[in-house]
Write a protein that binds this ligand. Structure first.
Ligand SMILES: CCCCCCCCCCCC(=O)SCCNC(=O)CCNC(=O)[C@H](O)C(C)(C)COP(=O)(O)OP(=O)(O)OC[C@H]1O[C@@H](n2cnc3c(N)ncnc32)[C@H](O)[C@@H]1OP(=O)(O)O
Length: 141
């Protein structure tokens, strides 16, 4: 998806998180390592960064799923656009300042609403769990 200035996934945003998400079976997965200035509590990741990671990874999961639904697996179609409608997070454990893994699944689709469940894990332990509703924009349909 270029050009892409998105703070979460934009490869063209040097100040962003630059996450890269890919399918692994029925899950969308991303490995990502924080910069040291993204710290919140001593030794742990700032919660807003976890939220941004889950937000972007989830919306991209919905976006990619919407592409798959119309049989398009490899080319980005700019007429399909998604935004975050709502996001509910549960911070279960603090997130250590090292590589994390995001794992997302599409729970269901209702009209333009995509219900995504995403876990942020550290060393295989779930630290943050997110329920995200991504909404496909009307004009794009
Ligand atoms: C290079 C490329 C890079 C691509 C990069 C891609 C990655 C992007 C990742 C970043 C994501 C973001 O930060 S996005 C930015 C943050 N989000 C936003 O700014 C969204 C602002 N809100 C809006 O624009 C609007 O409210 C929308 C689009 C969400 C909804 O407006 P609408 O399209 O008119 O929809 P509307 O008819 O009202 O509702 C449609 C259905 O959705 C439900 N619905 C409406 N709003 C919500 C909501 N907030 N939460 C849950 N559900 C909702 C309604 O009940 C309805 O359900 P029913 O009656 O049909 O059952």
């Amino acid at each position: 998806m270029r050009p892409n200035g998105c703070f979460g996934c934009g490869q063209d945003n040097p100040y962003g998180l630059q996450i890269e998400s890919h399918w692994e079976g029925d899950e969308v997965v991303c490995q990502w390592t924080p910069k040291e200035y993204m710290i919140g509590p001593p030794n742990y990741l700032y919660g807003g960064i976890s939220a941004s990671l889950i937000d972007c990874h989830s919306v991209n999961t919905a976006l990619s799923y919407a592409h798959k639904k119309v049989g398009n697996d490899d080319k980005y179609d700019r007429s399909i656009q998604m935004v975050t409608g709502s996001m509910n997070l549960r911070y279960i454990k603090p997130v250590p300042m090292r590589e994390v893994e995001l794992r997302a699944t599409v729970e269901k689709v209702e009209g333009r609403k995509y219900f995504i469940k995403t876990e942020l894990q550290s060393d295989g332990i779930t630290c943050v769990r997110g329920d995200v509703v991504a909404i496909q924009l009307k004009a794009a349909q």
